[in-house]
Design a protein around this ligand. Sequence first.
Ligand code: HEC
Ligand code: HEC
Ligand SMILES: [Ca+2]
Ligand SMILES: [Ca+2]
Length: 460
Amino acid sequence: MSLRPIGLGACAVLAVVLVAKAREEFGRLTQRAPNQAAAAPPRPAPAVEADGPGAFSLSIPGLSREERRAFSVGNALFRDNWVPAPSSAEGRDGLGPLFAANSCSACHMEDGRGRPPLHDDERGIGMVVFVGASSDPSGPHPLLGAQLQDQAIPGVEPEGSVRLVPVEVERGGAAPLVQWRVEARNAAGEPIDDAVPSVRMGPQLIGLGLLEAVDDATIRAAADPDDRDGDGISGRVHEVDVGGTRCVGRFGWKATRPRLDAQVAAALHGDMGLTTSMHRHESLTAAQRATIFAPSGGDPEVDDLKVQRLAHYCRVLAVPARRNADGPSVQRGAATFAAIGCASCHTPSMRTGLHSLISQYRDVEFAAYTDLLLHDLGPGLADGRPDGAASGSEWRTPPLWGIGLIETVNGHTRLLHDGRARSIEEAIRWHGGEAERSRAGFERLGNAERDDLIAFLRSL
Ligand code: HEC
Ligand code: HEC
Ligand SMILES: [Ca+2]
Ligand SMILES: [Ca+2]
């Protein structure tokens, strides 16, 4: 499975190529040239004033007409339901044979956060189940491949289903937390006991173009794999091979994808059964290929332009401005956030490079509260399934922007990679490993300090 980016060579030459590509893509490059004086203070990143149910679905201000048109085409590709081939649905066929959902928006509802099933008769929203083999958790499962798809086109059996059984666990003095016991079953309803499942919930898709616009060198400079500064925190870059060059992985809960087009192509392939120039063959194992015959929706089923439109859509979804950022409680919470070491991983400020396709993203400063690095958060959060170079207990620091609006947009408060946390407080109490000291600091806070910290997080 190659990760060749569309029409591009290595990430090292990305800057030049992307700008050329932007010119070709949008027919001009009128916006002002990237800030030449690197020492000048960076501009603030674009944001939108929005705090309602549609807060994650707006594009950044100031897009050109071409960029806005590309956004609405991407938006349609994101929202439309794909169907099995052949179909009269112009350019929307090729779904499956195996898949997890028939549209991006079925998982990323309102461009927001997925959640686990509320009861056994429900499928949850935005859930993906990766699987490793018990004999080698980093390798694909022999029968299921690297992902368990629980849906299939008519005439084809889905691979099975996954049930998340909540199990109470004691962690410290406060109320018990819940962890999942993941029960995977095949299509016949029999337990699959030789698979190592990794359950993931889809994150809110805001500000991704900013994360993409950070130079690899900036992220590498913040890594401290051997903990030289002795603070117990040893962030690691997820090095990903792109056509023979090492690039910094930054998307997905384990930072497996370096760029948005790669993430989109992987979603089309694994989640929806749609081939692209990056994944030319359907997501099927050798055994499945010998038994499943499904009409193709073209070779590839989704062309490069559509992949780029989807990537553009994700790239320009705006970050909602903070609410009540100057409130006294929020301000005290921000100080506590730094004092107990949260900011060591959830970095409050980052600066982009000059290579983004989007001019508003070049040389700007933004506050995503992530270092985009992998951290070992201990056995409590481990899934035991290495993913690329990330171990079974390593996770990318997730950006915290938008976290206070998930409830408004998606009607729930579930957090962490597998949606086990029922609140911000529970998410913090799950931290361990490199974040153990910080978690202990949180446990020691008085009630008022805790409330301030949560108020700060809810303002993001
Ligand atoms: C079956 C549910 C599902 C579908 C369908 C789906 N996604 Fe996702 N998406 C997820 C999950 C889960 C993740 C986290 C993946 C990981 O950890 O590797 C994710 C991650 C992403 C990310 C990375 C976000 C980040 O912060 O790192 C982007 C971008 C994305 N999806 C876009 C899309 C697009 C575009 C489509 C349609 C082509 C799509 N997704 C379809 C569930 C889904
Ligand atoms: C060693 C790095 C590190 C430190 C220190 C750290 N975090 Fe995290 N944080 C992470 C990682 C990695 C995750 C994702 C874990 C997972 O999903 O399994 C995470 C997840 C979260 C989440 C859930 C985010 C989401 O989108 O679901 C919140 C909230 C959070 N952290 C807040 C905090 C606070 C508050 C502190 C300080 C008490 C803190 N973190 C300290 C690395 C860190
Ligand atoms: Ca297909
Ligand atoms: Ca599979």
